[in-house]
Design a protein around this ligand. Structure first.
Ligand code: NAD
Length: 509
């Protein structure tokens, strides 16, 4: 592992602080009350100041969104599709600009940020076919002279509340489909890296989206609570940590809104005795330490079955030695800093606690030598981890990979199925029967077979089970078109007046 590079960043070379505005009804609105600091994690310096909306500001934004939504609902599907096509071209042609904004506030490498943009774009591409996704159903002659059809109508105003770790991709998961379906959106991005959301709103506007259909309102709990309570908001999409997801789900549902709330994760990767250990070690290192472990689909636990543990741990440790930790704008960096100083201290605490609880620290990321004040920590590898240790039981959300040793496939499956999180998992094996059995047995929402980060492509939908998702609808893809529309079923008869009669019986076929 190399020393973190000196924090030369493109984001705050002058040390100036940028004011990050809301976007409401097409206008940039400067902070009017409370604000919060935004940091460049590579330098540790404040680079921005973001507005934190009051409840009254949120309520006014919701009112403006509602007023705009009526016109958008009336806009022909072909015109809506054209917005999606233009948006696709804008984001694709300026991907690097967006990626650098992400890196400046999140810290991930520019390469990784480009990957985030590409995965977000899949959702735009899926929505270029919105005319197909919004098609209704028709049944002719369900009774004599009676036909039935179903249409999809937008729900109205939708709130999208997003986490810090994918400041462009997760907003694109949500807002793209919500808008394609004819809704107006209030996007409340993470207050820790809010600039990507502003960039996206301006890209939508450039693509021809009318003012007021995508509003960006920054804020913290006060703004979120106002969205959850405002009767204008009819649906809430949330991605973030499990305690907040549970809270969002309960409060929004209490207020009669439809809600999908995706939470945290603890993703296990099983390595079977027949697996190719070099490929498994490559996959574990990539999936554990990419984006400094700040991915909801990061592998945080390797489950080593049988006697693979010793050679596998050695191979992972060897690969960690080759990773370069540094400023995300440096093309040589494999891994950037964590999002905040608090996150850094938290992750350090997990590594320290693991040693105290009897786990074996094979690689200690705290030993990384760092120049400057950036929020850097190196990758850690912790062996002999068992359930009951904090390092196993809690989501760390940092570059710490635990290894749990088990005797058999059955023990591995039982371990995963006992975990309260169930976002993603993977099995590494060369045996098709084992892989098929794993897919069948495992109680997790997204499964990889020799694929460590099985994020579904845009034509499927994304979501975990258990404490990783509250609600029953997954993000993006076909399920999102269900979430963001209300189905209306119309039963039609065109009778001859001469056949009309009174009948108090319940209508049957
Ligand atoms: P977070 O829960 O702290 O914040 C998410 C959003 O909730 C932010 O917009 C934040 O402003 C808001 N929020 C925070 N505290 C709140 C409160 N008390 N009341 C109301 N709103 C509040 O999550 P984060 O730290 O930004 O993101 C990391 C977490 O997100 C991790 O747990 C990660 O696993 C999870 N995540 C999950 C998925 C998934 O698909 N399941 C995807 C990405 C991230």
């Amino acid at each position: 592992m190399t020393t973190a590079s000196a924090p030369q960043t493109s984001a705050d070379p002058t040390g100036s602080v940028t004011v990050i505005p809301h976007i409401v009804a097409g206008e940039r609105v400067s902070p009017q009350g409370r604000t919060g600091p935004v940091f460049n994690p590579a330098s540790g310096r404040q680079s921005g100041e973001v507005a934190l909306a009051s409840a009254a500001f949120v309520n006014e934004a919701a009112r403006r969104a509602q007023a705009a939504q009526r016109g958008w609902r009336d806009t022909g599907l072909g015109k809506r599709q054209q917005v999606m096509f233009r948006l696709r071209e804008i984001v694709a042609s300026r991907a690097e600009e967006l990626a650098r904004i992400i890196t400046a506030e999140h810290g991930k490498t520019v390469d990784d940020a480009l990957g985030e943009v590409a995965r977000g774009l899949e959702n735009v591409e899926f929505c270029t076919s919105l005319m197909h996704h919004l098609k209704g159903d028709y049944s002719e002659q369900v009774a004599s002279g009676v036909d039935v059809h179903q249409v999809r109508q937008p729900v109205g105003v939708v709130a999208c509340i997003t986490p810090f770790n994918f400041p462009a991709m997760v907003p694109l998961w949500m807002v793209t489909t919500a808008i394609a379906a004819g809704n107006a959106v209030i996007l409340k991005p993470s207050e820790r890296d809010p600039s990507a959301a502003v960039w996206l709103a301006e890209a939508f506007a450039e693509a021809g989206l009318p003012d007021g259909i995508l509003n960006v309102v920054h804020g913290d709990k006060e703004a979120v609570d106002a969205l959850l309570d405002d009767p204008i908001v009819r649906a809430v999409s949330f991605v973030g940590s499990t305690p907040i997801a549970r809270y969002i789900y309960a409060r929004a549902a209490e207020n009669g809104k439809r809600v999908q709330a995706l939470g945290g994760a603890k993703n296990h990767m099983i390595v079977m005795p027949d697996a190719d250990l070099d490929a498994a070690a490559d996959a574990a290192v990539s999936a554990a330490y990419g984006s400094a472990g700040e991915r909801c689909m990061a592998v945080s636990v390797v489950v080593a079955v049988g006697d693979v543990a010793d050679p596998l741990v050695a191979k992972v440790a060897e690969r960690i030695g080759g990773l370069v930790v540094g400023d995300g704008t440096d093309p040589d960096s494999d891994m950037g800093p964590l999002i905040t100083r608090d996150a850094l201290e938290r992750v350090r605490g997990f590594v320290a606690g693991a040693a105290d609880e009897g786990a074996r620290i094979v690689v200690d990321g705290r030993e990384l030598a760092v120049d400057g004040d950036g929020f850097f920590i190196g990758p850690s590898l912790v062996d002999a981890v068992t359930p009951g240790m904090r390092v196993y039981d809690e989501e760390i959300f940092g570059p710490v990979l635990s290894v749990v040793r088990v005797a058999s496939y059955d023990d591995a499956v039982a371990l995963i199925n006992d975990n309260r999180y169930a976002n993603g998992t993977a099995v590494f094996t060369r045996d098709g029967k084992t892989a098929r059995q794993f897919e069948y047995d495992i109680e997790v929402g997204m499964v990889g077979v020799n694929v460590p980060i099985p994020v579904p492509i845009g034509a499927f939908s994304f979501g975990g089970w258990k404490d990783s998702l509250f609600g029953d609808t997954h993000m993006y893809g076909p399920e999102a078109f269900n979430f963001y529309t209300r189905r209306k079923v119309v039963t039609t008869r065109w009778p001859d007046p001469s056949e009309s009669q009174i009948s108090l019986g319940f209508p049957t076929h």
